[in-house]
Ligand binder design. Structure first.
Ligand code: MN
Length: 334
């Protein structure tokens, strides 16, 4: 990133004027989403406001599970009464999952760093603070806290570092433009956040089943386009056997990203007998957001996802076909 987008005055006014906020993140929350929601909620309470963190769940990732009880999973009429909405880490309203309908009609603002989606394309009338160059939404929340003339508390700093480490792959995705990210991280550490603890929190505590499932998925990887695309699958039976908590996509992507010549990684999962989810990751040359968009999904250039009806056997050739149409433009060989 070069220069972060400044925090819009409209957002600061929104925060200052509101008295009660529903602080909403995306379904299937990750560390960036939950860290942003809980840190901002804490700041709002320090400002004397009522803040209700809301998440549609499910809390699939082991590192966010401890925060589940701090979130409202279903917004009651009483919680909705007189509330303003802060949506974070969502590229579009549908990303809030089952909460979307409960939020309709309330004043709202969005804080997000996705490159594409309804919000990035300006298709909304709320207050928007969109910075596609921001490494995480927690990074943007620190900017908001400082723009409000405050400093994060130790707990807020820990939550913000948790999100920043999650979305940057513990700083591995930061390139030579990323000095600012480390400056932000340093400010969080000065406030009492520990990178060592954040690492253990994000990468430790996994179940043995998750390692066994990873072994199975690694043994099923297939290489395409001279090894530039690696694809693996998780069948419905495997999910039933190992459970959702057996999933550790991040580590699987990381392992596959170390393979020589790899440019993109695809994981197809049979979520129900009728439907698959597809996770995509890439290195520099491939824009997986373009692939996901073909199937109505979204994400970032190097991390995206979509949902496709059908079985793994039916979905795999569809994905490969879209890659095949793009490989030339990306300078890859067939
Ligand atoms: Mn994020």
């Amino acid at each position: 990133m070069a220069n972060p987008v400044p925090v819009p005055q409209g957002l600061l006014d929104f925060i200052k004027k509101g008295k009660k906020f529903l602080v909403v993140g995306h379904k299937e929350p990750d560390g960036d989403c939950i860290g942003s929601q809980l840190a901002l909620s804490s700041v709002l309470r320090r400002l004397g406001k009522e803040a209700i963190p809301c998440s549609a769940g499910p809390f699939k990732r082991s590192e966010v599970l401890p925060y589940k009880e701090r979130c409202t999973l279903h917004i009651s009429a009483q919680e909705r009464e007189g509330a303003w909405v802060l949506v974070m880490d969502c590229s579009a309203p549908y990303r809030t999952g089952d909460l979307a309908s409960a939020l309709e009609g309330l004043p709202w603002a969005v804080i997000d760093h996705h490159v594409s989606g309804d919000y990035a394309e300006g298709a909304s009338e709320g207050v928007l603070y969109i910075d596609p160059t921001a490494p995480s939404v927690t990074f943007m929340i620190l900017g908001i806290i400082e723009a409000l003339g405050l400093s994060p508390t130790k707990e807020e700093a820990e939550l913000l570092l948790f999100g920043l480490c999650t979305d940057t792959g513990f700083f591995r995705h930061i390139d030579e433009q990323g000095a600012e990210t480390f400056e932000y991280a340093a400010r969080l550490i000065h406030r009492g956040a520990s990178p060592k603890q954040a690492f253990q929190h994000i990468y430790g505590g996994k179940s043995l089943n998750s390692r066994i499932l990873m072994g199975i998925m690694l043994s099923q990887v297939q290489a395409y386009f001279e090894g530039s695309l690696l694809l693996t699958t998780e069948t419905y039976e495997e999910t039933q056997c190992f459970g959702l908590e057996g999933r550790d996509s991040d580590t699987l992507y990381q392992l596959l990203q170390t393979v020589k010549g790899v440019e993109a990684i695809v994981i197809i999962r049979q979520e129900t007998p009728e439907n698959c989810t597809v996770g995509l990751r890439s290195r520099d040359r491939v824009n997986v957001a373009e692939i996901a968009a073909q199937f109505g999904g979204g994400g970032h250039k190097n991390a995206a996802g979509c949902s496709i009806p059908g079985t793994i056997e039916a979905v795999r050739p569809q994905i490969l076909k879209v890659f095949e149409a793009k490989v030339g433009a990306w300078g890859l060989t067939l």
